[in-house]
Write a protein that binds this ligand. Structure first.
Ligand SMILES: *Cc1c(COP(=O)(O)O)cnc(C)c1O
Length: 358
Protein backbone atom coordinates (compact mmCIF):
# COMPACT_ATOMS: atom_id res chain seq x y z
CA UNK A 1 0.00 0.00 0.00
CA UNK A 2 1.22 3.45 -0.84
CA UNK A 3 1.12 6.03 2.01
CA UNK A 4 -0.08 9.30 0.48
CA UNK A 5 -0.36 11.65 3.47
CA UNK A 6 1.97 14.56 2.79
CA UNK A 7 4.71 15.06 5.39
CA UNK A 8 6.05 18.60 5.95
CA UNK A 9 9.04 19.21 3.69
CA UNK A 10 11.13 20.47 6.64
CA UNK A 11 10.50 17.16 8.43
CA UNK A 12 11.17 14.95 5.39
CA UNK A 13 14.53 16.59 4.86
CA UNK A 14 15.71 16.26 8.49
CA UNK A 15 19.04 14.51 9.00
CA UNK A 16 18.54 11.39 11.15
CA UNK A 17 19.92 11.38 14.70
CA UNK A 18 22.65 8.75 14.61
CA UNK A 19 22.99 7.20 18.05
CA UNK A 20 26.33 5.88 19.22
CA UNK A 21 26.96 2.24 18.31
CA UNK A 22 25.66 -0.44 20.65
CA UNK A 23 27.58 -3.70 21.15
CA UNK A 24 27.06 -5.75 17.96
CA UNK A 25 27.31 -9.10 19.73
CA UNK A 26 28.31 -10.99 22.84
CA UNK A 27 31.50 -10.28 24.72
CA UNK A 28 32.84 -7.17 26.38
CA UNK A 29 32.90 -4.05 24.29
CA UNK A 30 34.35 -0.78 25.49
CA UNK A 31 31.35 1.50 24.99
CA UNK A 32 33.00 4.81 24.18
CA UNK A 33 30.56 6.07 21.54
CA UNK A 34 28.03 8.11 23.53
CA UNK A 35 29.94 10.11 26.17
CA UNK A 36 28.18 8.17 28.89
CA UNK A 37 29.41 8.05 32.47
CA UNK A 38 31.22 4.72 32.97
CA UNK A 39 30.25 4.54 36.67
CA UNK A 40 27.05 2.63 37.50
CA UNK A 41 24.35 4.47 39.47
CA UNK A 42 25.12 5.00 43.17
CA UNK A 43 23.26 2.67 45.58
CA UNK A 44 21.37 5.68 46.99
CA UNK A 45 20.22 6.66 43.50
CA UNK A 46 19.21 3.08 42.70
CA UNK A 47 17.20 2.98 45.94
CA UNK A 48 15.34 6.17 44.96
CA UNK A 49 14.63 4.64 41.54
CA UNK A 50 13.26 1.40 43.04
CA UNK A 51 11.09 3.29 45.47
CA UNK A 52 9.68 5.58 42.76
CA UNK A 53 8.93 2.56 40.58
CA UNK A 54 6.20 1.59 43.04
CA UNK A 55 4.32 4.82 42.27
CA UNK A 56 4.25 4.87 38.48
CA UNK A 57 0.52 4.27 38.29
CA UNK A 58 0.34 7.97 39.23
CA UNK A 59 1.29 10.92 37.07
CA UNK A 60 4.42 12.74 38.16
CA UNK A 61 4.33 16.44 39.09
CA UNK A 62 3.30 18.43 36.02
CA UNK A 63 6.37 20.70 36.01
CA UNK A 64 8.77 18.73 38.25
CA UNK A 65 8.39 21.49 40.85
CA UNK A 66 10.22 19.66 43.64
CA UNK A 67 13.25 19.18 41.39
CA UNK A 68 13.08 22.77 40.09
CA UNK A 69 12.88 24.10 43.67
CA UNK A 70 15.93 22.07 44.69
CA UNK A 71 17.90 23.22 41.62
CA UNK A 72 16.88 26.82 42.24
CA UNK A 73 18.11 26.63 45.83
CA UNK A 74 21.46 25.28 44.65
CA UNK A 75 21.90 27.91 41.96
CA UNK A 76 20.46 30.62 44.27
CA UNK A 77 17.84 31.66 41.74
CA UNK A 78 14.05 31.84 41.50
CA UNK A 79 12.42 28.45 40.68
CA UNK A 80 10.45 30.31 37.98
CA UNK A 81 13.75 30.55 36.06
CA UNK A 82 14.04 26.78 35.68
CA UNK A 83 12.33 24.45 33.21
CA UNK A 84 12.93 20.71 33.56
CA UNK A 85 12.44 18.35 30.64
CA UNK A 86 13.04 14.95 29.10
CA UNK A 87 16.77 15.50 28.70
CA UNK A 88 18.30 18.87 27.93
CA UNK A 89 17.89 18.18 24.22
CA UNK A 90 14.11 18.32 24.71
CA UNK A 91 14.37 21.59 26.64
CA UNK A 92 16.57 23.01 23.88
CA UNK A 93 14.03 21.90 21.27
CA UNK A 94 11.24 23.57 23.21
CA UNK A 95 13.26 26.79 23.45
CA UNK A 96 13.93 26.83 19.71
CA UNK A 97 10.27 26.08 18.96
CA UNK A 98 9.20 28.90 21.28
CA UNK A 99 11.56 31.38 19.61
CA UNK A 100 12.02 30.55 15.93
CA UNK A 101 9.28 30.21 13.31
CA UNK A 102 9.70 29.22 9.64
CA UNK A 103 11.88 31.83 7.95
CA UNK A 104 13.68 32.71 11.17
CA UNK A 105 17.35 31.89 11.57
CA UNK A 106 19.19 30.00 14.30
CA UNK A 107 22.99 30.24 14.32
CA UNK A 108 25.27 27.55 15.66
CA UNK A 109 28.86 26.44 15.22
CA UNK A 110 29.66 23.50 12.98
CA UNK A 111 30.79 20.80 13.59
CA UNK A 112 28.78 20.71 16.76
CA UNK A 113 26.05 18.58 18.35
CA UNK A 114 24.04 16.77 15.73
CA UNK A 115 20.73 17.51 17.48
CA UNK A 116 20.95 21.19 16.51
CA UNK A 117 20.05 20.77 12.80
CA UNK A 118 17.18 18.50 13.82
CA UNK A 119 15.83 20.84 16.48
CA UNK A 120 15.95 23.79 14.06
CA UNK A 121 14.44 21.75 11.23
CA UNK A 122 11.51 20.62 13.38
CA UNK A 123 10.77 24.25 14.25
CA UNK A 124 11.01 25.04 10.52
CA UNK A 125 13.77 27.54 11.27
CA UNK A 126 16.75 28.03 9.00
CA UNK A 127 20.08 26.73 10.33
CA UNK A 128 23.02 29.08 9.89
CA UNK A 129 26.25 27.20 10.51
CA UNK A 130 29.47 28.99 11.36
CA UNK A 131 32.61 26.86 10.90
CA UNK A 132 34.81 26.16 13.91
CA UNK A 133 38.33 27.54 13.89
CA UNK A 134 40.93 25.16 15.29
CA UNK A 135 38.11 22.97 16.65
CA UNK A 136 36.79 25.95 18.67
CA UNK A 137 33.74 28.21 18.33
CA UNK A 138 34.45 31.29 16.22
CA UNK A 139 32.40 33.65 18.38
CA UNK A 140 33.37 36.71 16.34
CA UNK A 141 32.05 35.13 13.14
CA UNK A 142 28.96 33.87 14.97
CA UNK A 143 28.15 37.39 16.20
CA UNK A 144 28.77 38.74 12.68
CA UNK A 145 26.31 36.16 11.25
CA UNK A 146 23.40 37.68 13.20
CA UNK A 147 20.77 39.25 10.93
CA UNK A 148 17.29 40.68 11.43
CA UNK A 149 15.96 37.14 11.07
CA UNK A 150 18.16 35.65 13.79
CA UNK A 151 16.18 34.53 16.83
CA UNK A 152 18.76 32.44 18.64
CA UNK A 153 22.43 31.49 18.71
CA UNK A 154 23.32 28.08 20.12
CA UNK A 155 26.70 27.88 21.84
CA UNK A 156 27.93 24.43 22.85
CA UNK A 157 30.62 24.62 25.53
CA UNK A 158 32.40 22.26 25.85
CA UNK A 159 31.66 21.53 22.21
CA UNK A 160 30.45 18.09 21.21
CA UNK A 161 32.32 16.50 19.40
CA UNK A 162 35.51 18.58 19.41
CA UNK A 163 35.90 18.79 23.24
CA UNK A 164 36.95 22.48 23.40
CA UNK A 165 35.24 25.04 25.64
CA UNK A 166 34.89 28.79 25.51
CA UNK A 167 36.34 30.82 28.35
CA UNK A 168 34.42 32.98 30.76
CA UNK A 169 36.02 36.04 29.18
CA UNK A 170 34.98 34.95 25.68
CA UNK A 171 31.42 34.19 26.82
CA UNK A 172 30.97 37.52 28.58
CA UNK A 173 32.41 39.36 25.57
CA UNK A 174 30.11 37.50 23.20
CA UNK A 175 27.02 38.23 25.30
CA UNK A 176 27.89 41.92 25.24
CA UNK A 177 28.00 41.84 21.42
CA UNK A 178 24.76 39.95 20.81
CA UNK A 179 21.64 42.16 20.60
CA UNK A 180 19.36 41.62 23.61
CA UNK A 181 16.56 40.57 21.24
CA UNK A 182 18.49 37.46 20.18
CA UNK A 183 18.54 34.51 22.57
CA UNK A 184 21.83 32.82 23.38
CA UNK A 185 21.23 29.12 24.13
CA UNK A 186 24.30 27.93 26.01
CA UNK A 187 24.50 24.12 26.03
CA UNK A 188 26.58 23.11 29.07
CA UNK A 189 26.07 19.34 28.86
CA UNK A 190 29.73 18.75 29.81
CA UNK A 191 30.47 21.80 31.98
CA UNK A 192 31.17 19.72 35.11
CA UNK A 193 34.24 18.24 33.37
CA UNK A 194 35.93 21.61 32.82
CA UNK A 195 39.06 22.25 34.86
CA UNK A 196 40.52 25.25 33.02
CA UNK A 197 40.62 28.18 35.49
CA UNK A 198 38.76 30.56 33.12
CA UNK A 199 36.04 28.10 32.08
CA UNK A 200 32.91 27.81 34.21
CA UNK A 201 29.14 27.78 33.99
CA UNK A 202 27.31 30.79 32.57
CA UNK A 203 24.37 30.40 34.97
CA UNK A 204 25.36 33.44 37.05
CA UNK A 205 25.37 35.57 33.87
CA UNK A 206 21.61 35.02 33.42
CA UNK A 207 20.99 37.83 35.93
CA UNK A 208 22.92 40.26 33.71
CA UNK A 209 21.82 38.95 30.30
CA UNK A 210 18.04 38.31 30.14
CA UNK A 211 18.49 36.80 26.66
CA UNK A 212 20.73 33.97 27.98
CA UNK A 213 19.36 30.44 28.37
CA UNK A 214 21.71 27.90 29.98
CA UNK A 215 21.02 24.20 29.39
CA UNK A 216 22.20 21.54 31.82
CA UNK A 217 21.73 17.77 31.93
CA UNK A 218 21.85 14.87 34.38
CA UNK A 219 22.92 12.55 31.52
CA UNK A 220 26.69 12.98 31.59
CA UNK A 221 28.39 14.02 34.85
CA UNK A 222 25.50 12.70 36.97
CA UNK A 223 25.28 9.42 35.07
CA UNK A 224 21.53 9.38 34.41
CA UNK A 225 21.60 9.14 30.59
CA UNK A 226 19.06 6.31 30.66
CA UNK A 227 16.47 8.33 32.58
CA UNK A 228 16.42 11.54 30.51
CA UNK A 229 16.45 14.61 32.74
CA UNK A 230 17.73 18.06 31.81
CA UNK A 231 16.81 21.65 32.51
CA UNK A 232 17.21 25.25 31.47
CA UNK A 233 18.01 28.36 33.49
CA UNK A 234 16.87 31.71 32.10
CA UNK A 235 14.86 34.86 32.72
CA UNK A 236 11.42 33.82 34.06
CA UNK A 237 9.65 35.15 30.94
CA UNK A 238 11.78 32.99 28.66
CA UNK A 239 11.29 30.06 31.05
CA UNK A 240 7.55 30.56 30.86
CA UNK A 241 7.66 30.46 27.04
CA UNK A 242 9.76 27.28 27.06
CA UNK A 243 7.39 25.70 29.60
CA UNK A 244 4.37 26.44 27.43
CA UNK A 245 5.86 24.33 24.60
CA UNK A 246 6.99 21.49 26.89
CA UNK A 247 5.56 17.99 26.88
CA UNK A 248 3.16 17.72 29.85
CA UNK A 249 4.56 15.58 32.69
CA UNK A 250 7.81 15.42 30.66
CA UNK A 251 10.01 14.24 33.54
CA UNK A 252 8.66 10.96 34.88
CA UNK A 253 8.61 10.19 38.60
CA UNK A 254 11.47 7.68 38.46
CA UNK A 255 13.67 10.18 36.64
CA UNK A 256 12.72 13.04 38.96
CA UNK A 257 13.49 10.99 42.09
CA UNK A 258 16.79 9.81 40.59
CA UNK A 259 17.73 13.42 39.82
CA UNK A 260 16.83 14.53 43.37
CA UNK A 261 18.81 11.63 44.87
CA UNK A 262 21.73 12.63 42.63
CA UNK A 263 21.62 16.16 44.00
CA UNK A 264 21.66 14.74 47.53
CA UNK A 265 24.67 12.62 46.56
CA UNK A 266 26.27 15.41 44.57
CA UNK A 267 29.59 15.32 46.43
CA UNK A 268 30.02 11.62 45.66
CA UNK A 269 29.10 12.15 42.01
CA UNK A 270 31.41 15.13 41.62
CA UNK A 271 34.24 13.06 43.12
CA UNK A 272 33.68 10.62 40.25
CA UNK A 273 33.80 13.52 37.81
CA UNK A 274 37.10 14.58 39.37
CA UNK A 275 38.38 11.04 38.88
CA UNK A 276 37.37 11.13 35.21
CA UNK A 277 39.09 14.50 34.80
CA UNK A 278 42.27 13.04 36.33
CA UNK A 279 41.97 10.07 33.97
CA UNK A 280 41.58 12.52 31.08
CA UNK A 281 44.95 14.08 31.97
CA UNK A 282 46.58 10.63 32.09
CA UNK A 283 45.05 9.64 28.77
CA UNK A 284 46.03 12.96 27.19
CA UNK A 285 49.63 12.35 28.26
CA UNK A 286 49.57 8.76 26.95
CA UNK A 287 48.10 9.94 23.64
CA UNK A 288 50.72 12.67 23.29
CA UNK A 289 53.31 9.98 23.97
CA UNK A 290 51.88 8.05 21.00
CA UNK A 291 52.40 11.15 18.87
CA UNK A 292 48.86 12.57 18.82
CA UNK A 293 48.33 16.31 18.80
CA UNK A 294 44.64 16.58 19.75
CA UNK A 295 42.53 19.57 20.81
CA UNK A 296 42.83 19.99 24.60
CA UNK A 297 39.71 18.32 26.01
CA UNK A 298 37.54 20.04 28.61
CA UNK A 299 34.94 17.25 28.42
CA UNK A 300 34.70 13.51 29.04
CA UNK A 301 35.81 12.66 25.51
CA UNK A 302 38.57 13.24 22.98
CA UNK A 303 38.34 14.38 19.38
CA UNK A 304 40.55 12.73 16.76
CA UNK A 305 40.36 14.81 13.56
CA UNK A 306 41.12 11.90 11.24
CA UNK A 307 39.50 13.27 8.06
CA UNK A 308 39.20 10.64 5.32
CA UNK A 309 40.60 7.93 7.58
CA UNK A 310 37.66 8.28 10.00
CA UNK A 311 35.50 5.35 8.93
CA UNK A 312 38.45 2.96 8.57
CA UNK A 313 39.61 3.97 12.05
CA UNK A 314 36.15 3.31 13.53
CA UNK A 315 36.08 -0.14 11.92
CA UNK A 316 39.51 -0.94 13.26
CA UNK A 317 38.25 0.04 16.72
CA UNK A 318 35.32 -2.39 16.42
CA UNK A 319 37.84 -5.13 15.57
CA UNK A 320 39.40 -4.35 18.96
CA UNK A 321 35.93 -4.43 20.59
CA UNK A 322 36.01 -0.70 21.17
CA UNK A 323 32.96 1.33 20.09
CA UNK A 324 33.68 4.94 19.11
CA UNK A 325 31.67 7.65 17.36
CA UNK A 326 32.81 8.41 13.81
CA UNK A 327 31.73 11.50 11.85
CA UNK A 328 32.46 10.47 8.26
CA UNK A 329 35.16 12.55 6.62
CA UNK A 330 35.76 14.58 9.78
CA UNK A 331 36.90 12.66 12.80
CA UNK A 332 36.26 10.24 15.62
CA UNK A 333 34.91 11.14 19.07
CA UNK A 334 35.97 8.80 21.87
CA UNK A 335 34.54 8.90 25.39
CA UNK A 336 36.60 8.34 28.51
CA UNK A 337 35.61 5.02 30.09
CA UNK A 338 36.73 2.85 32.97
CA UNK A 339 40.31 1.58 33.30
CA UNK A 340 39.69 -1.51 31.13
CA UNK A 341 38.01 0.57 28.41
CA UNK A 342 40.76 3.15 28.42
CA UNK A 343 43.50 0.52 28.13
CA UNK A 344 41.65 -0.97 25.16
CA UNK A 345 41.34 2.51 23.70
CA UNK A 346 45.08 3.16 23.92
CA UNK A 347 45.72 -0.08 22.03
CA UNK A 348 43.34 1.14 19.32
CA UNK A 349 44.86 4.61 19.07
CA UNK A 350 48.30 3.03 18.77
CA UNK A 351 46.98 0.90 15.91
CA UNK A 352 45.45 4.02 14.33
CA UNK A 353 48.90 5.59 14.14
CA UNK A 354 49.82 2.95 11.55
CA UNK A 355 46.79 3.44 9.30
CA UNK A 356 46.20 7.15 9.62
CA UNK A 357 48.07 9.69 7.54
CA UNK A 358 49.21 12.26 10.10
C1 LIG B 1 24.70 14.58 25.63
C2 LIG B 1 24.41 15.98 25.26
C3 LIG B 1 23.29 16.63 25.74
C4 LIG B 1 22.40 15.99 26.77
O1 LIG B 1 21.34 15.44 26.23
P1 LIG B 1 20.18 14.85 27.16
O2 LIG B 1 19.01 15.00 26.28
O3 LIG B 1 20.11 15.69 28.38
O4 LIG B 1 20.58 13.44 27.44
C5 LIG B 1 23.06 17.94 25.38
N1 LIG B 1 23.91 18.59 24.58
C6 LIG B 1 25.02 18.02 24.12
C7 LIG B 1 25.95 18.81 23.30
C8 LIG B 1 25.29 16.69 24.43
O5 LIG B 1 26.38 16.11 23.93
Amino acid sequence: MCMRVPIRESIRSLPPYLAGARPPGEGRYARLASNENPFPPLPSVQAAISSAAGRINRYPELLSSTLCDELAARHRIDPAQIVAGTGSVAVLAHAVTALAAPGDEVIYAWRSFESYPIVCGVAGATSVRVPLIDHRHDLTAMAAAITERTRAVIVCSPNNPTSTAITRTELAGFLTTVPDTVAVLLDEAYIEFCDHPDICSGIDLVATFPNLVVLRTFSKAYGLAGLRVGYSVSHPDLASAIRSVSTPFGVNEVAAQAALASLTAEAELLARVEELVATRAELAAALAEQGWDLPASQANFFWFPLGDATMAAAELAVDHQVLVRPFAGEGVRVSIGDATDNAALLAVTAAWRDVVAR
